[in-house]
Design a protein around this ligand. Structure first.
Ligand SMILES: [Fe+2]
Length: 176
């Protein structure tokens, strides 16, 4: 298939990149934060499946429409979504400073007509807008002396990344 990029955009998020990154790896917020958008496509968490390699993980969710949606987590802050019948989404959370990151999105498709591309892009922007509210609120809470809870021990994909970062930091001589 002849994929081509049809849309690129970026936005400044007022949060540390790791908050945005972890949020994208988190499954449990989808039914709450995206109940009228992404959740309608992805369905219940009980149908989610995960696969891991040393430096990569993938979430597979059966779509209500057709096929499986594949969400790859890639080092260091990248997510690649393969959306059956629509195309590919590339998401990066590029660090700007400790309090901000740049959300960078690229959409590619091989088969959709212009109208369907517009609707797909609109849906993606809608759920990313919902995520922006969450991640900026979380960051604001940290700045306001929010008492930190324990590290996330529910999400297999986040735990996987925590280990990767820890190994890299340890290898760099940084311990915590
Ligand atoms: Fe989200």
């Amino acid at each position: 298939m002849n994929y081509s990029i049809f849309s690129e955009f970026s936005d400044t998020l007022n949060c540390n990149w790791k908050i945005a990154h972890d949020n994208t790896l988190d499954d449990y917020h989808v039914a709450i934060a995206h109940k009228d958008t992404l959740h309608k496509e992805q369905g219940p968490i009980k149908n989610y499946r995960y696969f891991f390699s040393k430096f990569c993980n993938v979430l597979v969710t059966p779509l209500s429409s057709k096929g499986n949606l594949y969400t790859f987590g890639l080092l260091p802050w990248t997510h690649l979504i393969i959306w059956p019948g629509k195309g590919i989404v590339l998401i990066n959370y590029l660090p700007k400073n400790i309090n901000q990151c740049i959300l960078e999105i690229k959409l590619a498709s091989a088969s959709l007509c212009e109208n369907d591309l517009e609707n797909w892009e609109k849906g993606i922007l809608e759920f990313l807008g919902e995520d922006k509210i969450i991640v900026e609120s979380v960051h604001k809470s940290y700045l306001e002396n929010f008492k930190l809870g324990p590290p996330n021990r529910l999400e297999q994909r986040i735990i996987h990344w925590q280990k990767i970062y820890k190994d890299f930091l340890n290898a760099s001589g940084i311990s915590f």
